[in-house]
Design a protein around this ligand. Structure first.
Ligand code: HEM
Ligand SMILES: *[C@@H]1O[C@H](CO)[C@@H](O)[C@H](O)[C@H]1NC(C)=O
Ligand SMILES: *[C@@H]1O[C@H](CO)[C@@H](O)[C@H](O)[C@H]1NC(C)=O
Ligand SMILES: *[C@@H]1O[C@H](CO)[C@@H](O)[C@H](O)[C@H]1NC(C)=O
Length: 463
């Protein structure tokens, strides 16, 4: 294993996992030079294919899940935390879980969560008003918004009112620590080796944080406290997972439900926070777009008694939605996914990807490919005007991946992003912070030193 790890590191380092602004610019150059894909062969055993054109990625993402394998090398570090969950499993095991989980993301369920997004936004905005009134008007969007997304996800998943936006808990600290330790581990070759890792201080911290997160779930499941809360709340993800049954009447075990709940926390909070932060960043750079979004929200909410956005309103925010999509293109939270296939795979031009090769499907590369997106570095929401989207490949825009293993939380994330962006722009004007932003590609796309924006509180519009 260590041998394989070193080899792959050697191939990878200059091209992908450099994890800096320069690393992303290197990908830009690669895409301009090779246009659709490039590959490395190392000895007789390993090959790595990197793809960044929609026509090449499409047959791979749409391939049946039964011939698709998620490479342990890139997903394996998550296993001690997430267990045998939907994100990490393959084949039959995966398809059973996917079938059991899918009903939990039906829009009849998701519509109940809009109130939660409304509430979590209100808590954040009340905090911002306080900070601005005290002269602290320059805030790091990532840290603010990741607390919001964690807060709302804890409510949607466990009906747990963590109050984490005001007061962090041990559980929250453990989740944040796990994400940081995974990045840290990726960057240190010796730590890839399990035997070694569990003997290092970082490995022990990882173990301790996992114990806190898992112990917490046991308490929620088995505790009397949970029974008490169950009586008075809306249906949450855990309730749905516990009730879910397949055709043979088989459900998920308690162990399975825990793994999936951990996975939702992992896959759902940083990704959505990164998405929202970057939209706000690009809108802070362009006041015209920001004003158009604000006018759209204010129009929508005029003559209402309350400030809430409802499920049926989500389709009445077309410009705001275009701004969000353009930001997901330019700053996709997840920059790539990796796969192996148990069969040879055909891609355009009569080319074949030999079975077993590691395929790196570069979402970032596709979204910055000038053959697909002219002037790829320009933020222009009009790209997503329906008129301008005609004739574009179905795989030109894939922030949530695509095919059988696409993001199960896509609709949830789009709904939350729209509510948070709309309410934020209604209540605050955003301008850029003092520092030049350097992107930081880690588990999700962040920014070095955070993403500082300047806030100005707005009075509610007078009708
Ligand atoms: C803007 C926010 C989000 C983005 C950009 C995003 C992106 C993605 C991507 C690219 C994948 C494919 C990963 C792979 O192939 O390895 C994925 C899978 C997944 N996502 Fe998301 N995601 C987001 C939000 C969420 C949320 C809110 C949830 C849950 C509440 C979620 C749950 C999942 C799960 C469970 C999978 C695995 C699905 C499977 O393998 O069948 N995601 N996501
Ligand atoms: C939205 O959040 C605010 C503040 O928490 C709350 O007063 C209001 O009732 C919420 N609206 C809905 C529909 O839950
Ligand atoms: C924050 O949490 C600690 C311990 O959980 C508690 O003692 C304290 O009162 C809390 N503070 C607020 C403002 O809720
Ligand atoms: C949006 O953000 C990117 C940074 O990644 C920047 O290059 C671009 O100029 C920004 N555009 C606008 C209009 O904010």
């Amino acid at each position: 294993t260590l041998f394989k790890v070193c080899l792959v590191h050697f191939m990878w380092e200059p091209f992908h996992l450099t994890g800096t602004e320069e690393g992303l610019q290197a990908v830009d150059r690669l895409v301009r030079t090779y246009k659709h894909s490039c590959s490395w062969f190392l000895g007789p055993f390993y090959s790595l294919v990197r793809l960044f054109h929609p026509d090449y990625v499409k047959p791979l993402l749409l391939a049946s899940a039964s011939i698709t394998v998620k490479d342990e090398l890139f997903y394996g570090f998550l296993r001690p935390w997430l267990g045998q969950s939907i994100l990490l499993s393959n084949g039959e095991e995966w398809s059973r879980r996917r079938r059991l989980l899918t009903p939990a993301f039906h829009f009849d369920i998701l519509r109940n969560y809009i109130k939660i997004f409304n509430h979590s936004s209100d808590v954040m905005h009340a905090k911002w008003r306080r900070l601005v009134a005290n002269g602290e008007s320059c805030l790091d969007m990532f840290s603010q918004i990741s607390m919001l997304t964690l807060d709302s996800l804890l409510k949607c998943t466990f009906s747990y009112n963590s109050n984490c936006q005001e007061n962090s808990s041990e559980y929250i600290a453990a989740i944040l620590e796990l994400s940081n330790l995974i990045i840290d581990r990726r960057g240190r070759i010796l730590h890839h080796w399990d035997w070694w890792y569990w003997r290092t201080p970082e490995g022990r911290r990882f173990k301790r944080a996992c114990d806190i997160v898992h112990g917490y779930l046991v308490e929620r499941f088995m505790g009397a406290k949970y029974e008490e809360e169950k009586k008075k709340k809306v249906v949450d993800f855990i309730d749905l997972l516990l009730l879910s049954k397949d055709e043979e009447g088989q459900g998920l075990s308690d162990e399975d439900v825990k793994a999936e709940a951990d996975t939702f926390m992992f896959a759902g909070h940083d990704t959505t926070a990164s998405g929202i932060s970057w939209v706000l960043y690009n809108l802070s750079q362009n006041q015209d777009y920001q004003d158009r979004c604000r006018a759209e929200v204010n129009d929508l909410l005029q003559d209402r008694q309350t400030e809430d956005i409802e499920w049926d309103d989500l389709n009445n925010l077309p410009f705001t939605t275009m701004c969000i999509k353009e930001s997901l293109r330019l700053h996709s939270p997840v920059s790539a996914v990796t796969r192996r296939y148990t069969e040879d795979m055909n891609v355009p031009g009569g080319r074949v990807i030999p079975k077993g090769s590691i395929c790196l499907l570069s979402i970032y590369g596709i979204h910055h490919n000038p053959e697909v997106w002219p002037d790829p570095d320009v933020y222009n929401p009009m790209r997503f005007d329906p008129e301008n989207s005609k004739g574009r490949s179905s795989h030109a825009f894939i922030p949530f991946s695509s095919g059988p293993r696409n993001c199960i939380g896509q609709k949830f994330a789009m709904a939350e992003m729209r509510v948070v962006v709309a309410l934020t722009l209604r209540r605050f004007r955003l301008t850029s912070g003092p520092e030049k932003v350097r992107r930081l590609p880690q588990v999700v796309l962040g920014a070095e030193g955070g993403l500082q924006l300047q806030l100005e509180t707005l009075d509610p519009p007078q009708e």
